[in-house]
Design a protein around this ligand. Structure first.
Ligand SMILES: NC(=O)c1ccc[n+]([C@@H]2O[C@H](COP(=O)([O-])OP(=O)(O)OC[C@H]3O[C@@H](n4cnc5c(N)ncnc54)[C@H](O)[C@@H]3O)[C@@H](O)[C@H]2O)c1
Length: 253
């Protein structure tokens, strides 16, 4: 079991068909104890569901708004209290907003940055501290192909910019955290079949986007989860500051 004995934290894990839930599931299936964080009240039910499926693993559900540094600090303290260590963080929580630049209000722009970029910083800062203290840990942030190709698919410029910030954050923090034994990497999914996409994108647009994917289909949440698990596991022990594409070949660079 790849993750046996590891304590893993997954943000954005409450969405039933989301990448966070799929990642929590895969980590638990591979022996990890999992703490699930989400702004949705459903997070406690999700944790109970996970613990019910994998009776060998324990799961902790924590309500947390990642845009709040205090919430993130409190969540990290609760995970330490429950498990006494943190081996991995997979940061999946995020929001998507569409629209041309001249339709984006300042409020929308600020909200996307507050959740997707400041939120990533808050979560990483809170959870990397115990990792650095124990001198080991691995962090994965879910960014987006939008950051690499300049949007133009589903999210607007504010979404692409927020995810571009996550990639820069990942690279900078890999330099800072490496000497403390903490690795940090990012994954860049493209079109993945989650509620995030089905709520924001029309069926016609999904067909159009699929036509440009060499593998001929959108990705599944478990395919992103597998990349996240690889990057959190010891299989990737010499990889830090990297970006792993999970895009079916839709963006080859
Ligand atoms: N689905 C895709 O095609 C796709 C593509 C590229 C990148 N991504 C990224 O993958 C990640 C997960 O996306 P998904 O498709 O699983 O979305 P999802 O909407 O299914 O899940 C996102 C989760 O984040 C939570 N969340 C939102 N705001 C939060 C906050 N302030 N604090 C804590 N939790 C919060 C939501 O409640 C939800 O459970 C996102 O960061 C998204 O940008 C998704």
């Amino acid at each position: 079991m790849l993750m046996k004995g590891k304590v893993c934290v997954v943000t954005g894990a409450a969405s039933p068909h989301g990448i966070g839930w799929a990642t929590a599931n895969m980590l638990a299936a591979n022996g990890a104890q999992v703490a699930m964080l989400d702004i949705s009240e459903r997070v406690n039910d999700a944790a109970r569901e996970l613990a019910g499926i994998y009776s060998q693993s324990s799961a902790l559900g924590l309500h947390c708004n990642i845009a709040s540094p205090a919430d993130c600090d409190a969540a990290a303290a609760k995970v330490m209290q429950a498990f006494n260590r943190i081996d991995a963080l997979v940061h999946c929580a995020g929001i998507i907003r569409s629209g041309r630049h001249d339709e984006i209000s300042s409020k929308d722009f600020d909200e996307v940055i507050a959740v997707n970029l400041t939120g990533a910083f808050n979560v990483i800062r809170s959870f990397s501290a115990p990792m650095a203290a124990q001198r080991s840990g691995s962090i994965v942030s879910v960014a987006s192909v939008a950051a690499q190709r300049g949007g133009g698919l589903v999210g607007g410029a504010h979404y692409a910019a927020s995810k571009g910030g996550v990639l820069s954050l990942t690279k900078s923090l890999a330099r800072e955290l490496g000497p403390a034994g903490v690795r940090i990497n990012a994954v860049c999914p493209s079109l993945i079949e989650t509620d995030f996409v089905s709520n924001a994108v029309s069926k016609d647009r999904i067909h159009e986007l699929t036509a440009g994917i060499p593998l001929g289909r959108p990705g599944r949440p478990d395919e992103v989860a597998a990349a996240c698990m690889f990057l959190t596991s010891d299989l990737s022990s010499y990889i830090t500051g990297a970006t792993l594409d999970v895009n079916g070949g839709s963006h080859i660079h």
